[in-house]
Design a protein around this ligand. Structure first.
Ligand code: NDP
Ligand code: GDP
Length: 478
């Protein structure tokens, strides 16, 4: 079906066109509605009208009460209405099934709406809830074995998604986070490597996902100073590879890029938002800034539904142990359980806006489901120092800290036992420090309706308790 025909028909310029195409569109509509078992909501009298047309075609319309001047005029009127209703109802289904920016193409017949998406609309039309209606959506999550991959997989599975987990090969399968959340058995795993273009192209071509969440990355800032080239290849070029694959296969695939507050560089103590300029201060941040701009560029150049979440630090009991929060709670929990160790840290004055990863994956999903793709800061708006975190975690585990000394000689002992708890090690200082990161998530709150549920105290307590329980159960802390 061409735009020209549609336009001519709806404008009513040509009766011949109308008559020639009325039946065709009617048939198309019947085919579509039958295929998905969808009852046209927009046109309750559609079937009556269709019968009118059929009756008239069979010459049985003399008894009609409608006041028209001729049979031909009446047929034109009815067919016009059928075509309009067909067009409207078909479009209405498509409008529910595809993102806003793809609707024009569907309207013009340049893009097909996959039957599985229409089936989701049927579920909605039959009064089933969103979860059932989304039952057929396929999400591909890269970095599935990481912290956010686990929480996001859980959320998507709860939403009825078919979740494909993309993970790189390793000598030992490392899915403890997914097991911890009880979701491992529901995920379909696929090998995936950010450095391999053909690997991702084949995968996406085979799966044809509705949504791709790119969480995979070399995510540790400190390591990026040691492995800057690898970090750039994975965190910058890896994003571009994936965007390019999606563009080549289906620009309708919704894309999420895990951008980072590290891109701001912590040069300003003010709350940072989507309009704040970036000043990356590590190879990690430089690479993430490239990935961020690439995502924006593909959205602007090819109309892709590509969103980037500028997420501030988010933590959980599933956070990697090299990150400062989890390092603090896990080492303190081991000490509490009797292990002969001390907590060695670097810069205690660095300040972060720490949130809970479980809350942040909600924002990620909301971005991908929003009508319009965009960039969003995700943060709590509350800032604390590494020192604040140590004090809160120690308190949650029953330590009371006495601080002494300064600089690299600073130490903290437990007031009750005199035991050395914290000491400073120059090893954990960075070549360029990001001193302070405070986020302003007003846009995400306003446009996505997102808000964090767990505050700083809740987060520290959750992490400290989880690590203490693990340490006491004799399990090796991962
Ligand atoms: P994690 O480090 O926990 O997870 C990252 C995942 O990416 C891991 O599973 C890792 O695999 C995988 N990965 C790394 N390199 C490759 C590669 N070359 N090919 C395929 N997979 C790879 O990070 P988070 O879950 O905490 O973060 C998710 C994303 O969000 C990351 O991109 C991170 O940079 C970003 N981000 C995180 C923030 C946070 O505070 N958590 C803040 C802002 C952004 P493996 O398990 O084998 O190591
Ligand atoms: P980042 O914000 O992504 O770099 O997250 P991290 O948790 O790795 O670091 C947060 C802040 O804690 C940074 O400013 C670090 O310099 C500081 N920090 C202080 N001591 C440590 C430490 O022992 N390990 C880590 N990872 N960070 C530390």
């Amino acid at each position: 079906m061409s735009t020209t025909n549609f336009d001519r028909i709806v404008e009513g310029d040509s009766h011949a066109e109308l008559l020639a195409h009325g039946g065709m569109y009617h048939d198309l509509f019947k085919f579509q509605t039958n295929a998905i078992g969808f009852a046209p909501q927009a046109s309750p009298d559609f079937h009556d009208q269709a019968q009118d047309v059929r009756a008239m075609d069979q010459g049985r319309h003399e008894r009609d009460q409608v006041n028209t001047t001729s049979r031909q005029e009446k047929r034109v009127r009815i067919v016009t209405k059928v075509v309009r209703d067909t067009r409207y109802a078909t479009f209405q289904m498509a409008a529910l099934a595809v993102p806003r920016d793809e609707r024009k193409a569907v309207w013009c017949g340049q893009k097909d709406v996959p039957l599985r998406r229409l089936a989701a609309i049927r579920a909605a039309a039959n009064g089933q809830d969103d979860r059932q209606a989304m039952a057929k959506k396929k999400a591909l999550v890269t970095g599935i074995l990481g912290q956010d991959g686990a929480y996001l997989a859980k959320r998507l599975l709860e939403g009825g998604y078919e979740v494909y987990g993309a993970a790189r090969r390793s000598s030992s399968w490392n899915s403890w986070r997914l097991r911890d959340l009880g979701v491992e058995q529901h995920i379909k795993f696929e090998y995936f490597e950010l450095l391999e273009y053909e690997n991702m192209r084949r995968l996406i071509d085979r799966l044809r996902p509705d949504e791709v969440y790119n969480l995979a990355a070399q995510s540790f800032v400190a390591s990026s100073f040691e492995q800057p080239l690898y970090t750039a290849d994975a965190d910058a070029m890896g994003v571009l590879r994936l965007l390019e694959v999606c563009r080549g296969i289906d620009t309708g695939i919704r894309f999420y890029q895990a951008s980072s507050s590290e891109m701001y560089g912590g040069v300003s103590p003010a709350a940072l938002n989507e309009n704040t300029p970036f000043h990356p201060r590590s190879p990690y941040a430089v690479a993430k800034t490239f990935g961020h701009h690439a995502t924006v560029n593909y959205r602007e150049s090819y109309g892709m539904h590509a969103s980037a979440g500028i997420l501030f630090n988010h933590e959980s009991p599933l956070r990697g142990r090299e990150f400062v929060t989890r390092k603090i709670t896990s080492v303190l929990a081991e000490m509490k359980a009797g292990a002969p160790t001390t907590l060695q840290l670097g810069n205690l004055e660095a300040k972060r806006d720490w949130g809970f990863a479980g809350d942040y994956v909600e924002a990620i999903h909301l971005m991908v489901r929003a009508d319009k793709a965009d960039d969003y800061v995700v943060a709590t708006g509350q800032i604390c120092s590494v020192r604040d975190f140590v004090i809160a975690a120690a308190a949650a585990l029953g330590f009371e800290l006495d601080w002494s000394g300064s600089g690299v000689d600073e130490k903290a002992h437990d007031r009750k036992t005199g035991k050395l708890i914290v000491e400073i090690s120059p090893e954990f200082f960075r070549p360029a420090e990001v001193h302070t990161l405070l986020g302003d998530a007003s846009k995400a709150r306003r446009e996505l309706g997102w808000a964090p549920k767990v505050d700083f105290e809740g987060l520290v307590t959750m992490m400290a308790r989880a690590d203490y329980d693990r340490a006491m159960s004799g399990k090796q802390l991962m």
